[in-house]
Design a protein. Structure first.
Length: 304
C-alpha cells in the first residue's frame, strides 16, 4: 500500500517568514523517508474539519505545490481536491501542467465538484470562502455538469488537439497547452467523492484514481467496500478495467496511536485500497513524521 500525507493544518506558532522553512523541512523529510505522496487542500479559508477557525493560516494550494515541488525530488504531489468552481478550466489545466513539467512529472490532477451541498449565504463574517472572496459558486447540480466538462477539457488539453471546445458552461477557442505534461498521456486524474450515481460514474469514465473518505469522526466516510463495488459495476457497464483505477482513501492519523492506524490500513488493504492519504489530528512535526516513517516498510508491504 502506498502512503501519502495531507498538509492541511498550518497553525504553527511561528511568524509568516518562518513558515516557509518549516514546511519545506517537513516536505524534504517526507521525501527522503519514502512517503509516496504529499497533498494540500484547495481552500482559501481554513475548513471546520481541521478543528481550526476560518482565519487559521492556510496558503493557496497551487502556489504551495510549486514551492513543495522545488524542495522535493521524488514524492508525488497534488490537491485533495480542486473545486471546479474556483478556476477557469483552461487556467487550471495550465497550472497543473506547469507543475508537472517543473516537478519532473510528479503531479496528480485532483478534482471534484466542491462542497457536497449548496451552502447558504452567511453575510459579513462568513466562514464560507466562496462567499467571503466573492467567487461565483453554482448549484451542486451545475457543478457536476461543469466537473464533467472540465474532465473532457483536460483530456483535450493533454492531447495534441488544439481544436475549439464547445460546452454548455465553457467555450475554449484553442486548447493550446505548451509545454505539455511530462507524464503521458497526462498526469493521473483523481476524482474525489463517494456519490454512487454521479461521482463514481465519472471516475469510471474519466479518472485514473478515485478518492473515498474514511473519516467518520468528522462525518465523512461510509462503507468503503460498498463504494468500491459500486465503482466496479460502473466500470463493467462501460467496459473499463476496474483494476486500472487507483483506489485512494483519506483517513485520520492520531500520532499517539500508530498501532490503531496499522490495523485500519490492513482492513483497507483487504478491501482493495491501494493508497492511503493521512489527515493528521494535529499539525505535522518532524517527530510525528519520524514515528510514521518507521512504519513505512510494514505499510508498503500491505496488499502485496
Amino acid at each position: 500500500m502506498k502512503l501519502g500525507l495531507t498538509l492541511s493544518d498550518f497553525s504553527y506558532d511561528v511568524s509568516p517568514e518562518q513558515l516557509g522553512p518549516l514546511v519545506a523541512g517537513l516536505a524534504e523529510q517526507a521525501d527522503e523517508a519514502g512517503f509516496d505522496s504529499l497533498w494540500v487542500m484547495d481552500h482559501f479559508f481554513q475548513i471546520h474539519l481541521t478543528g481550526r477557525p476560518p482565519q487559521s493560516p492556510l496558503p493557496e494550494a497551487y502556489a504551495t505545490l510549486g514551492f513543495l515541488a522545488g524542495r522535493t525530488r521524488r514524492i508525488r504531489l497534488g490537491t485533495l481536491v480542486t473545486s471546479i468552481a474556483y478556476r477557469h478550466p483552461g487556467v487550471l489545466l495550465k497550472q497543473v501542467t506547469a507543475l508537472d513539467v517543473f516537478s519532473g512529472g510528479r503531479m496528480y490532477f485532483g478534482v471534484g465538484a466542491g462542497a457536497r451541498f449548496d451552502p447558504e449565504p452567511m453575510g459579513p463574517g462568513t466562514r464560507w470562502e466562496a462567499e467571503g472572496l466573492g467567487i461565483p459558486f453554482p448549484s451542486l447540480a451545475e457543478r457536476f455538469e461543469r466537473l464533467e466538462e472540465v474532465l473532457r477539457i483536460a483530456e483535450q488539453m493533454w492531447s495534441e488537439d488544439e481544436a475549439p471546445y464547445y460546452g454548455t458552461h465553457y467555450t475554449l477557442m484553442r486548447t493550446l497547452n505548451s509545454p505539455n505534461s511530462i507524464q503521458r498521456p497526462h498526469p493521473p486524474i483523481l476524482v474525489a467523492g463517494s456519490g454512487e450515481r454521479k461521482t463514481l460514474r465519472l471516475v469510471a469514465r474519466y479518472a485514473d484514481a478515485c478518492n473515498l473518505s474514511d473519516m467518520p469522526d468528522v462525518g465523512l466516510g461510509g462503507d468503503i467496500g460498498h463504494k468500491l463495488e459500486v465503482l466496479r459495476k460502473h466500470c463493467a457497464e462501460i467496459g473499463r478495467d476496474y483494476a486500472t483505477i487507483e483506489k485512494t482513501v483519506g483517513t485520520r492519523f492520531d500520532p499517539t496511536a500508530p498501532d490503531r492506524l496499522l490495523v485500519r490500513l490492513r482492513e483497507l488493504a483487504e478491501l482493495g485500497v491501494d493508497h492511503a492519504v493521512l489527515a493528521p489530528t494535529q499539525p505535522w512535526t518532524t517527530e510525528r513524521l519520524a514515528t510514521l516513517g518507521a512504519l513505512l516498510p510494514e505499510i508498503h508491504a500491505l496488499g502485496a
